[in-house]
Write a protein that binds this ligand. Structure first.
Ligand SMILES: Cc1cc2nc3c(=O)[nH]c(=O)nc-3n(C[C@H](O)[C@H](O)[C@H](O)COP(=O)(O)OP(=O)(O)OC[C@H]3O[C@@H](n4cnc5c(N)ncnc54)[C@H](O)[C@@H]3O)c2cc1C
Ligand code: FES
Length: 258
């Protein structure tokens, strides 16, 4: 079952550190904002206090992992907000609101295939850590940048994992076929997917064709993150407009249109 979050907390927390890899990949750690917990697949909105009016909205990021002391995000620098987040300094304060949205299902004992594309690997770190039966999990990770840029190794030490490298556009048909085959092979279990839109579309089509239970985590540009601005609307399986931040970001595969 995809579950919804009811409580939103807005907090100011300290920046604790950042780890950077070539290719503008950043693992950002903040003080834990006094959350009781979170469900993997949920996200948070981040807005450093010193951002001026030119960056008036926060930016959404999947919660990669969290413990009693800290919460970690993993992102790629793609624009002004992520560039400035990558340059935070010790003791800078960040306004954080979350945990937001629902989260992935985590049924114990069910064979569960994690399909991650690029930055879509972020929520699976915490998912594996918190899962009641991690021995039921397997990861297939499709990526373009070098494997060392992602937290792949940490996951590969915890569960069976395979990485598929898209070195050039010529590799794309091979990656698509691999994803289709992986989904087909997961017929008696559950598939969880997070990644770019074409990646999610491939998973959705394969899940439909082979009648496989799947959940997809969607990324949309967001402003409020809490269902107040209509900035993140998409259509659900009944052709109704829904807010990704409030109804998602995780949708049952048949319950969302791209
Ligand atoms: C629920 C959710 C979880 C996310 N989790 C992660 C994560 O774990 N790691 C990560 O690297 N990114 C994640 N994103 C995407 C991230 O929010 C954007 O990359 C970020 O907001 C870009 O901000 P910016 O100011 O640097 O870029 P901008 O200057 O705003 O835009 C730069 C480029 O990024 C694109 N962009 C902006 N916002 C988004 C968005 N929300 N989704 C996709 N593309 C966007 C723009 O179209 C543009 O091409 C997530 C988005 C959502 C909605
Ligand atoms: S981001 Fe404002 S409604 Fe979803």
């Amino acid at each position: 079952m995809v579950r919804n979050c009811r409580e939103v907390k807005v907090r100011e927390v300290r920046f604790l550190g950042a780890w950077e890899e070539p290719g503008d990949f950043v693992e950002l750690t903040l003080e834990n904002p006094d959350w009781d917990g979170y469900r993997p697949g949920q996200f948070a909105m981040l807005r450093p206090k010193h951002w001026g009016l030119e960056l008036s909205w926060g930016r959404p990021f999947s919660i990669s992992r969290a413990d009693a002391d800290s919460v970690t995000f993993f992102f790629q620098v793609v624009g002004r907000g992520t560039a400035r987040l990558s340059r935070l300094k010790p003791d800078d304060e960040v306004i954080i609101w979350g945990p937001l949205g629902n989260g992935f299902s985590a049924p114990a004992e069910t064979p569960t295939l994690l399909l991650a594309g690029g930055m879509g690997i972020a929520p699976f770190r915490g998912y594996v850590e918190k899962h009641p039966t991690p021995e039921a999990l397997r990861l297939v990770f499709a990526h373009r940048a070098s494997i060392g840029s992602y937290p792949y190794q940490l996951l590969a030490e915890a569960i069976p994992a395979e990485a598929v490298h898209e070195k050039s556009p010529d590799d794309l048909p091979m990656i698509i076929e691999r994803i289709q085959n992986e989904v087909r092979g997961a017929k008696d279990g559950l598939v969880l997917a997070c990644g770019p839109l074409p990646f999610l579309k491939t998973v959705q089509q394969a899940a439909r064709e082979h009648k496989v239970r799947a959940e997809l985590s969607l990324e949309r540009s967001m402003a409020c993150g809490v269902g107040a601005c209509l900035g993140c609307v998409c259509k659900d399986g009944q052709n109704k407009h829904v807010q990704v931040c409030a109804r998602g970001p995780v949708f049952k595969s048949d319950d969302v249109q791209f």
